[in-house]
Design a binder for this molecule. Structure first.
Ligand code: SF4
Length: 463
């Protein structure tokens, strides 16, 4: 695709909130703006176009953005031609709500309409793909990339805003995904995440994309199930077959769609790293039913057993909501017990946050007091702290291949194959090329210590 020249040099800045899907979307927004001739700004003040890519998963995330209207006004006072663009999950709000609460925003843009951003800014691009995921992104990292394989969700978990903010699930054509991964591998990327709201239902809507893409039917049409669809397990195998020295990870799978074939593919694919985030949400069957998760605690426990049997040593993390409407102490104890039984490596535990439009908000009162939610989160975190420490201790004395990904206050950090953070020690004294860490490169690390939330290790060689 050809880049357009603007009359004067103009800059963009993107503020990204929320999950990896938004990080990935922002990379595509950057790709489009650069095609339209804009340059990346150093900060908000330098920007001629300011994009806010928003998150709706919790009320507090939305409140932070609603609170920025004053800031947009201040920036415009410095730069009257400033254009403020809002995209991302907050687009689920009705137009009048957004306009009333964010009057300084010029353009409200559903991310799926990204191809129309240049013309809304008064410029243009030479070629416009039909779907926004087909734009070439400007990756934010030179070694870790997020590759979206699907968009939206059909599951309607009762607490979740995603089916409203992103619409029905749509799978990206496999050829396009494979081509993106091939390009990343050729550029030397080391870690590639396959992304989707429900990554392991990949393929269901691939050939039905035209139907679900239509503006009028975006929220309402049911995708047709195709006979000859490519499953996520097969996609994983094809990504794994791409030449290159890179790691594969994916997020997030749904327990109901985790097939035996996928478990086998994870074991077969040598580039697939031994880490899975498998959201459980609750350990109580009645709460799971009220959440519309469509599996039971027994199914979940059995699934973890099957995954571990085929993939010994695999690290498993989870997502859990505490204080879901009507959750009793006894029901919460089922979640505590499930955590003890599974022994998670890590977990993302959140207190229930009522999201307008969702079935839970319409049908159930948010009746668990805030202090009880907080106390349950802390008790569950205590159980996690114990299991994470026990799991991490088993790694002490082993040598792991680690991807160095951060330098903070003079210290280097990296990620193990199990996606655990490892702090690298004695780096300052390493003068040989064999033990000098470089961000974005692999090193071999002997694990010398374990805490609940991180490991400590010493570099024993590169690659
Ligand atoms: S699977 Fe459930 S929690 Fe995940 S995005 Fe879809 S509706 Fe939300």
């Amino acid at each position: 695709m050809m880049m357009v020249m603007l009359e004067a040099q103009q800059f963009y800045h993107i503020a990204t909130f929320g999950c990896q899907a938004n990080v990935s979307d922002s990379e595509r927004v950057a790709g489009v703006l650069e095609l339209a001739g804009y340059y990346r700004a150093q900060n908000e003040e330098q920007a001629d176009v300011l994009v806010y890519n928003t998150c709706s998963v919790r009320q507090s995330a939305e409140d932070r953005v609603f609170g920025r209207n004053k800031r947009f006004k201040e920036l415009r006072a410095q730069k009257p031609h400033l254009k403020v663009v809002l995209t991302g999950c907050m687009m689920h709000h009705k137009a009048h709500v957004l306009k009333n609460r964010l009057p300084e925003v010029d353009i409200f843009l559903p991310i799926r309409d990204l191809m129309h951003l240049p013309e809304k800014l008064g410029t243009h691009i030479q070629e416009k793909p039909e779907e926004y995921l087909s734009f070439t992104p400007q990756y934010g990292s030179a070694f870790r990339a997020y590759v979206p394989i699907s968009f939206g969700c059909n599951n309607f978990c009762t607490f979740c805003i995603v089916p409203f903010s992103r619409g029905r699930e749509y799978s990206r054509p496999a050829a396009e995904i494979l081509s993106e991964v091939r390009t990343l591998a050729e550029k030397g990327y080391k870690e590639i995440w396959l992304l989707g709201q429900n990554v392991n239902s990949y393929g269901i809507t691939e050939l039905a994309q035209k139907t679900v893409w239509d503006n009028k039917t975006r929220m309402g049409s049911k995708p047709k199930i195709q006979e000859s669809r490519m499953t996520f397990a097969d996609l994983l195998r094809q990504v794994n077959a791409i030449p290159g020295d890179f790691w594969i990870r994916f997020t997030s799978p749904h327990p109901k769609d985790f097939s035996d074939d996928l478990i086998a593919a994870i074991a077969e694919c040598e580039k697939m790293q031994p880490y899975i985030n498998l959201p459980v949400q609750s350990g109580n069957n009645d709460i799971l039913k009220r959440m519309n998760r469509t599996y039971t605690r027994e199914h979940y426990i059995e699934l973890v057993k099957k995954i571990r049997a085929k993939n010994p040593g695999i690290a498993i993390s989870t997502d859990t909501i505490v204080g879901f409407p009507s959750e009793t102490e006894e029901q919460f104890q089922n979640t505590l017990a499930l955590y003890k039984e599974i022994g998670f490596d890590m977990a993302f535990i959140s207190e229930y946050s009522r999201r307008e439009k969702t079935a839970a908000a319409l049908a159930f009162a948010d009746d668990v007091p805030r202090e009880i939610k907080k106390e349950r989160r802390e008790r569950l975190t205590d159980v996690l702290r114990t299991s994470a420490l026990a799991r991490n201790k088993t790694l002490v004395g082993t040598v792991a291949r680690v991807l160095v990904d951060e330098q903070k206050n003079g210290r280097f950090f990296g990620k193990t194959p199990g996606n655990k953070t490892v702090a690298l020690k004695n780096v300052k004294h390493s003068v040989s090329n064999k033990t000098r860490p470089v961000i974005g490169e692999f090193v071999n690390v002997k694990i010398t210590g374990a805490e609940s939330w991180k490991l400590v290790g010493e570099i024993v060689g590169v690659k």
